[in-house]
Design a protein around this ligand. Structure first.
Ligand SMILES: *[C@@H]1O[C@H](CO)[C@@H](O)[C@H](O)[C@H]1NC(C)=O
Ligand SMILES: *[C@@H]1O[C@H](CO)[C@@H](O)[C@H](O)[C@H]1NC(C)=O
Ligand SMILES: *[C@@H]1O[C@H](CO)[C@@H](O)[C@H](O)[C@H]1NC(C)=O
Ligand SMILES: *[C@@H]1O[C@H](CO)[C@@H](O)[C@H](O)[C@H]1NC(C)=O
Ligand SMILES: *[C@@H]1O[C@H](CO)[C@@H](O)[C@H](O)[C@H]1NC(C)=O
Ligand SMILES: *[C@@H]1O[C@H](CO)[C@@H](O)[C@H](O)[C@H]1NC(C)=O
Ligand SMILES: *[C@@H]1O[C@H](CO)[C@@H](O)[C@H](O)[C@H]1NC(C)=O
Ligand SMILES: *[C@@H]1O[C@H](CO)[C@@H](O)[C@H](O)[C@H]1NC(C)=O
Ligand SMILES: *[C@@H]1O[C@H](CO)[C@@H](O)[C@H](O)[C@H]1NC(C)=O
Ligand SMILES: *[C@@H]1O[C@H](CO)[C@@H](O)[C@H](O)[C@H]1NC(C)=O
Ligand SMILES: *[C@@H]1O[C@H](CO)[C@@H](O)[C@H](O)[C@H]1NC(C)=O
Length: 413
């Protein structure tokens, strides 16, 4: 019933859904001079931009009582289309997130070729070189605590069959960010997989002793398995065990991202010559009986310095983690981050961030034996593709003790 309603809503002509845009800055304008749309609630405020339907800033208050901007991005909306060397900053990859093997897939016996935009043309990443996070979406609604973007992706765009219409709504409630993404294939069967591609640094680059995210602690309580890949991170069909205490074990207990960096096995763990993580962890919950995805997080990330903790709740069944091994100091941090009074370069260092993507199993369209086509292929008459997630922010006060999720508290705000 619910998904039928959502399907109807998502297929309405764009303007029928449009609510009056809020005079959000209180001076007759809906958008600030920097091209950003402001949204806020108690204990949390964020800026969004049409480019990629991206989040560009997210502030929460830390254990020191100061607001930190904990996501990577640019200072203004216009710069996103200019610096294309640093894409996917906080946007929505689409129409098919993550990688497509050999830029090829087959539906009902017909073979399709998508734009081969990675590894010199060996595969497609995040929907191609004109994927959804390289385009300006339309702002269809904007209130003080929410914003809705839409995009129409035409038949044949980047090689994908059929038209897709998508809506992405971000809502802030006290200490929480909610994401709801829907997409409908209006004319032909096509792959659809979306995600939110935010780069996090929970210290806002203002920890005087540490500019990386390697001291952040990660917990993936349902992820005893991961997708096996080749050296360019294309799934090879295998599902691998994250054995107890192994480098990919984030399920048995929370662990610092950098905890296993002295282990030589970490070299190659995120592709050939890459040290760290760029890994599609599987979220296994059904074996425990019926569950409500709002009840327990699929991931928790916490910084021992700022005390800021994110609990991520989602109905999605995979979780990609990237530890920013590819950063090399060429990406500047925002004016709202880091220091101006020290000699530390105002850039993102290697391992200076972590990307966490709620999504489905990477490249499931090329692994039919995984039997996930209902979650990856959508056609006219099917229900909409839906992604929902809630990011819950809190502050740990007992920083001397090792991170312990059940001791976190909201009382610091
Ligand atoms: C409205 O306020 C925003 C945010 O402070 C500012 O960027 C913009 O210049 C203002 N617009 C007008 C018309 O005063
Ligand atoms: C936008 O931000 C970029 C990156 O910080 C900066 O180089 C550029 O000057 C800014 N543009 C405007 C119009 O402020
Ligand atoms: C996208 O929007 C930005 C401002 O938000 C603008 O500077 C840019 O020109 C737009 N790009 C296109 C292709 O319309
Ligand atoms: C990759 O796709 C090309 C067509 O684009 C095809 O000729 C080739 O056989 C494919 N290779 C593999 C390994 O599937
Ligand atoms: C990072 O974590 C390590 C191991 O827990 C600790 O020894 C070190 O002091 C931490 N560094 C900072 C800057 O917090
Ligand atoms: C990874 O780090 C954890 C926490 O320090 C440690 O218990 C574990 O033995 C390490 N595993 C490997 C394979 O190095
Ligand atoms: C990996 O690193 C080695 C040693 O630096 C180099 O010879 C090799 O070409 C690299 N391989 C790739 C695929 O980058
Ligand atoms: C640093 O990263 C940028 C963006 O990925 C890339 O264009 C540049 O070539 C890299 N520079 C070096 C020295 O590797
Ligand atoms: C730099 O400024 C921060 C606050 O913005 C302050 O905490 C820190 O002590 C300052 N560092 C120096 C070296 O002055
Ligand atoms: C975490 O905190 C809870 C509540 O105080 C406590 O019951 C539990 O033993 C702690 N876990 C660890 C590993 O310290
Ligand atoms: C958000 O996190 C805090 C601290 O962990 C917790 O008390 C609260 O119940 C969480 N909210 C939800 C909806 O889980």
């Amino acid at each position: 019933m619910f998904s039928k309603l959502a399907a109807v809503a998502a297929t309405l002509p764009l303007l029928a859904l449009a609510a009056p845009l809020a005079d959000i800055v209180g001076n007759g304008s809906t958008v600030a001079d920097d091209g950003k749309y402001y949204v806020e609630s108690e204990g949390i405020r964020a800026n969004f931009i049409p480019y990629g339907a991206s989040i560009s800033n997210l502030w929460v208050t830390d254990v020191h009582g100061l607001e930190r901007d904990i996501v990577l991005g640019f200072d203004n909306a216009s710069y996103y289309g200019i610096d294309k060397q640093h894409p996917h900053l906080g946007g929505v990859p689409g129409r098919y997130a993550n990688r497509i093997k050999n830029s090829t897939f087959e539906i009902d016996g017909e073979v399709f070729h998508t734009d081969p935009n990675e590894h010199g043309g060996l595969n497609t990443l995040h929907g191609g070189s004109n994927g959804w996070d390289y385009r300006n979406w339309t702002v269809v609604a904007h209130t003080t605590d929410s914003i809705t973007f839409s995009i129409i992706d035409e038949d044949g765009e980047q090689g994908f069959p059929g038209q897709v219409i998508s809506y992405v709504t971000y809502t802030l409630t006290p200490y929480q960010w909610h994401l709801r993404m829907t997409a409908v294939a209006t004319t032909k069967k096509t792959p659809i997989m979306l995600s939110s591609h935010v780069y996090w640094n929970l210290d806002g680059f203002q920890n005087p002793d540490e500019a990386t995210a390697l001291n952040h602690t990660l917990s993936l309580p349902y992820s005893g398995q991961r997708v096996g890949t080749d050296g360019i991170l294309i799934p090879d069909g295998t599902i691998l065990p994250n054995q107890l205490y192994d480098i990919n074990d984030f399920w048995s207990s929370p662990k610092q991202l950098g905890a296993n960096f002295s282990n030589p096995d970490l070299l190659g763990n995120c592709g050939t010559n890459c040290t760290g993580y760029d890994t599609c962890y599987i979220v296994n919950r059904a074996q425990n009986g019926p569950y409500d995805w709002h009840d327990k997080p699929v991931a928790t990330l916490a910084s021992p310095w700022s005390g800021i903790q994110i609990d991520i709740f989602s109905e999605q069944e995979a979780f990609q983690v990237y530890s920013c091994g590819g950063q090399n100091g060429s990406l500047a941090i925002k004016e709202t981050q880091g220091f101006f009074n020290t000699s530390r370069p105002r850039v993102v260092p290697q391992y200076g961030c972590i990307v966490m993507e709620v999504e489905d199993w990477v490249d499931a369209i090329n692994q039919p034996e995984w039997q996930r086509s209902k979650r990856n292929i959508f056609g006219p008459g099917d229900g909409p593709y839906v992604l929902e997630a809630t990011y819950n922010f809190s502050v740990n006060h007992d920083l001397s003790a090792p991170y312990n999720a059940s001791k976190a508290t909201l009382s610091g705000y």
